[in-house]
Design a protein around this ligand. Structure first.
Ligand SMILES: NC(=O)c1ccc[n+]([C@@H]2O[C@H](COP(=O)([O-])OP(=O)(O)OC[C@H]3O[C@@H](n4cnc5c(N)ncnc54)[C@H](OP(=O)(O)O)[C@@H]3O)[C@@H](O)[C@H]2O)c1
Length: 290
């Protein structure tokens, strides 16, 4: 369905609509979590380019200040920042205070972390903390940010929430099992919530990218199937309002179709296991050599 929809709808409408919002909604502010790097930074730039004021949220105040300054000087928009670490679950009163009184038009729940290398569940270093951290950053952040922002969207009967899941949430990925499971949660959460709030004028979209060339993936040379975050986000924004669930970028939509419609799940699991075992072996060998 995902890919079919992308084939059916030429990617153009929302791009124009978002532009219009920029003109109509000058008082609004758009919120991006994990906004200082990679995909989140690109969302912040794309939205600022359309004239939106931006609320940037990440861990490091220094990096937040750099991105905010760059958006203000390049796009002449207002920016605000909140520095919090999403691996903790006691940060939400601080975020609530920072968002108080603001009209939020778009929330991009982007913040997320993955493994530093693929690993068997019981071999993950510091497993107990790893589980808590990944659940807090990848799952709790999405639910809690939505809790803070959705009531005002519901009251105004408009708003957009983009939840950045992952293609790893479309099927289990062995040796990245916790990451893959957290991203499946984000996908289910988004789709369930979209059904609840669609009739109230709110768009909630589940975004499931394959590889994008960011710090997280350590991909330095972008290719057609592993695009830069800028290219990915520009394409993804074209699908907002057209697709509740999207791979966001045409080559990724084709990959999504192959892995979920064409290939049997047993084969996908087997190839994932083999690929990640090879990556794990390479990583551990390199680490021994150092
Ligand atoms: N890249 C891909 O191929 C890919 C594919 C599928 C899905 N995704 C998803 O897309 C999202 C963005 O990924 P990315 O590749 O752009 O990641 P990235 O390049 O590593 O950027 C992550 C951003 O999140 C912030 N961040 C990390 N940990 C944080 C924490 N504990 N508290 C607050 N902020 C934190 C980082 O800023 P600071 O370090 O300054 O805090 C940075 O701004 C994630 O949800 C990821 O799962 C990525």
């Amino acid at each position: 369905m995902r890919t079919g929809q992308l084939f059916l709808f030429p990617p153009r409408r929302l791009y124009e609509e978002l532009g219009c919002w920029g003109m109509q909604r000058k008082r609004e502010i758009e919120v991006v979590t994990g906004a200082t790097d990679g995909i989140g930074k690109s969302y912040a730039e794309e939205l600022a380019r359309r004239g939106f004021s931006m609320m940037l949220i990440s861990r490091s105040q220094e990096k937040l200040d750099d991105v905010a300054k760059s958006l203000e000087s390049t796009y002449k928009v207002e920016t605000k920042t909140i520095a919090v670490d999403y691996s903790h679950d006691d940060i939400y009163p601080k975020i609530e205070k920072g968002l108080a009184g603001l009209e939020i038009g778009v929330l991009v729940n982007n913040v997320g972390i993955s493994y530093s290398y693929p690993e068997f569940f019981l071999h993950i270093p510091d497993l107990e903390n790893f589980i808590t951290t990944m659940i807090n950053v990848n799952i709790t952040s999405v639910c809690q940010m939505t809790r803070l922002v959705l009531p005002r969207m519901e009251a105004r009967a408009k708003g957009v929430i983009l939840n950045i899941s992952s293609a790893s949430g479309m099927f289990p990925v062995p040796l990245l099992t916790i990451y893959s499971s957290t991203k499946a949660f984000v996908d289910f959460f988004s789709r369930g919530l979209q059904s609840e709030y669609k009739c109230k004028g709110i768009i909630i979209q589940s975004v499931l990218p394959f590889f994008v060339a960011t710090k997280m993936t350590k991909i330095r040379k972008p290719t057609l199937d592993k695009p830069t975050p800028e290219r990915y986000v520009a394409a993804e924004l074209n699908t907002v309002g057209l697709q509740d669930q999207t791979n966001g970028y045409f080559p990724h939509a084709v990959m999504g179709w192959v892995t979920t419609v064409l290939a049997p799940i047993k084969l996908v699991l087997c190839l994932g296991l083999r690929m990640n075992k090879a990556q794990r072996g390479g990583y551990l060998r390199r680490r021994k050599l150092r």
